[in-house]
Design a protein around this ligand. Structure first.
Ligand code: MSP
Length: 654
């Protein structure tokens, strides 16, 4: 097999009858992530997105607003482009189907298909759904009238039309699906397509005469009343963007490596598109990858319900990179996803804050305290070979996951090195090493953590470009193809550096930041909203004698999982034990706990407990106590409250 050193990645082109919502952002963010990975790994990459501007639906939307279709398309197309620019989407071309070179390319393609004998003229009799821009045979309509896709009434059309001999491509298409198991991803979708095509294909009407907002037929056809069917026009964008039929200088990017689409437009991309390409004697894309749909708080999003999530609003409130991470991590590719602020906040606080952000803070804390911020890598392998090997093993699994669209698994796998790093600190205890004068080991541990963070930052860069560059900055290296080759493919290590302190990258979010995006029933009061009169802090409502508090009050208490790494009896006290508890911070906390009657010191070492982590330090028998363990006591004695299964030290409870 020849090695295609170029990678062409496309999104669908978006209709200009509406502004971008989270579904559009999702497709674009996936494509941007793959493109960034592709460039990072040294492939010559071309990333295409754009807008789909012709057709009856757009013509209607424009007229309804008293605008010409072109004016209207200019306006909405610009909103997409501006949003992608604000989001830093790394597209190489933003194509518009109203671009002159695109229109010329579509006309060339029409002529080529005609020469090939794939186009003939006839009369189309049938039903057309303007909203879906799709023809349907009567047999597929609901109650003989309504669109099987969107449920809207169809219009009866009887007009002269050119047809594409799609039926001739049935066998060739089936051969393609069968010989290329990964041509349609996820594979379950490929099976759906195969079943559909096996059922037989009708020829496709590819021109219209009843409206005018579209690409005209080539002059050579001498048939000016026809415009191209919008899907022929639209699909062709993937090659006209590279110059097909005009200036073909970028055509060597074709065939595409990945063409991203939503599951609703699979039929057009998995059947019509490859058939058109075969007719044009062009090679077929490597992957057509169909993702699922986003709902909001369990409901389909629609303008009429007023529950459409605005991606810019979410990114502004929660951080663009956090939003990108959430979308890609939350749903397995191909499955449907549900957007809720709760799920987003959980991902930010837990995956990003606890696992990643906290690790950087621990490194800043450790290296700052023991080595004036200096981090050296020269003895990492000598002391921590097992950890480095485990990390490299995870990293080696990542690339195929990216190109096969297993992005949630990519991220899951990428969290394993973070686990290795966090566990190494708990296990090797740099504070103990320093007390015992094992400085070289402690420095090597610093180096281990820094190198793991650097490797993770490189591989996470395609998903979270801004924040990973900040992490790289703190570690004094650059995210680049050279460093990808060295740290990911080779066994390169960071040069000695002095760590730069950065403000916390993922400050904990305690409550939804967008009040109006919350489901109505549970809408919480905004943080800074004045409290309603007569309702003092914890007296909102009394129920069975217990003062009810709001969630915000609850979250004022920081509860965390702590690992008891040392425990000793306090001389002169029958009640107190002196504990060292690891809360995932640079140093363990000292906690004086009145639990000696129920627990021996030895029995506690290595166990976990729930800790109140933001209590003001207190002194008990002259000893500083920097936290409190949660426990429950009844007539049978006292039990510590512990997680059901071991959790990483410092994991937030809530
Ligand atoms: N113009 C056509 C595509 C032509 S490609 C040659 C089109 N445009 S669209 O604007 O309606 O949709 C574009 C993409 O957005 C599709 O891939 C679609 O799946 C995706 N989404 C629209 N709503 C969505 C969700 N609620 N969730 C996820 N993606 C969704 O179709």
């Amino acid at each position: 097999m020849s090695c295609h050193k170029k990678a062409y990645i496309t999104t669908p082109i978006y209709y200009v009858n509406d502004v971008a919502h989270i579904g559009h952002a999702y497709t674009t963010i996936i494509a941007d992530t793959i493109s960034r990975y592709s460039r990072l790994s040294g492939l010559d990459t071309y990333f295409l997105t754009g807008t789909d501007e012709h057709g009856q639906k757009i013509e209607h939307s424009a007229l309804a607003r008293g605008k010409s279709p072109q004016e209207y398309a200019d306006e909405i197309s610009a909103t997409f482009r501006n949003l992608w620019d604000e989001f830093g989407i790394s597209y190489d071309r933003f194509i518009r189907t109203t671009d002159a070179d695109h229109k010329a390319g579509v006309q060339k393609a029409f002529l080529k298909m005609k020469e090939k004998g794939d186009i003939y003229k006839d009369v189309y009799k049938g039903h057309y759904c303007i909203s879906c821009e799709t023809f349907f045979p009567k047999s597929q309509l609901v109650d003989d009238e309504f669109c099987p896709e969107c449920g809207r009434a169809t219009t009866v059309v009887e007009e002269e039309s050119y047809f594409f001999r799609l039926s001739d491509y049935q066998d060739k298409l089936l051969e393609w699906y069968n010989n290329n198991p990964e041509c349609i991803l996820p594979k379950s979708k490929r099976n759906e397509v195969i079943r559909f095509v096996e059922g037989g294909l009708d020829d496709l009407s590819i021109t219209r005469t009843s409206f005018d907002w579209g690409v005209k037929l080539p002059e050579e056809m001498n048939d000016p009343k026809h415009v191209m069917y919008v899907w022929l026009d639209a699909l062709m964008n993937y090659v006209t963007a590279l110059g097909y039929g005009t200036d073909e200088k970028n055509m060597d990017y074709w065939p595409a490596r990945v063409q991203l689409i939503g599951k609703d437009i699979l039929r057009f991309h998995a059947i019509y598109w490859p058939a058109f390409l075969m007719s044009l004697d062009l090679p077929l894309p490597k992957h057509i990858a169909a993702h699922g749909w986003w709902t909001r708080d369990g409901e389909k999003m629609s303008k009429s319900k007023g529950n459409v999530v605005n991606p810019k609003e979410v990114a502004d409130a929660y951080g663009l990179d956090n939003f990108r991470y959430f979308m890609l991590r939350e749903v397995p590719f191909g499955g449907d996803g549900d957007f809720s602020q709760k799920a987003l906040i959980d991902r930010i606080n837990s995956d990003l804050g606890n696992d990643l952000g906290n690790l950087l803070n621990r490194l800043i804390g450790m290296s700052g305290k023991y080595f004036d911020g200096l981090v050296k890598s020269d003895e990492v392998v000598q002391y921590y070979k097992a950890e480095i090997d485990e990390v490299n093993e995870s990293l080696a699994k990542l690339e195929p996951l990216m190109f096969e669209m297993q992005l949630h698994r990519y991220l899951e796998e990428l969290w394993r090195p973070l686990g290795v790093a966090n566990r190494a600190i708990d296990k090797y205890q740099p504070w103990t090493m320093m007390k015992e004068g094992r400085e070289a080991e402690a420095m090597a541990l610093n180096g281990l953590i820094a190198n793991i963070l650097a490797k993770v930052a490189i591989m996470l860069y395609p998903v979270m470009p801004q924040v990973m560059q900040e992490i790289a900055g703190a570690l004094s290296f650059k995210i680049s193809n050279e460093n990808w080759s060295s740290f990911i493919k080779g066994d390169g290590m960071l040069a000695d550096f002095t760590i730069k302190k950065v403000p916390p990258l993922f400050p904990r979010i305690e409550e939804p930041l967008l009040a109006h995006v919350e489901p109505k029933a549970e809408e919480p009061a905004k943080k800074d909203e004045p409290k309603k009169e007569g309702k003092a802090k914890s007296e909102v409502k009394e129920s069975e004698g217990i003062a009810l508090i709001g969630i915000d009050q609850f979250f004022q208490t920081s509860l965390k999982i702590g690992t008891i790494i040392k425990a000793e009896e306090v001389e002169k006290s029958q009640k107190l034990l002196l504990l060292q508890v690891d809360l995932g911070e640079a140093e363990p906390r000292q906690v004086v706990a009145g639990i000696r009657e129920w627990y021996s010191a030895e029995s506690l070492i290595g166990t976990q407990a729930c800790v109140v982590a933001n209590l003001k330090p207190a002194k008990l028998m002259g000893m500083k106590s920097e936290g409190m363990l949660l426990a429950a006591k009844d007539e049978n004695g006292l039990s510590l409250i512990r997680p059901e299964a071991p959790k990483k030290s410092g994991t937030a409870i809530g």
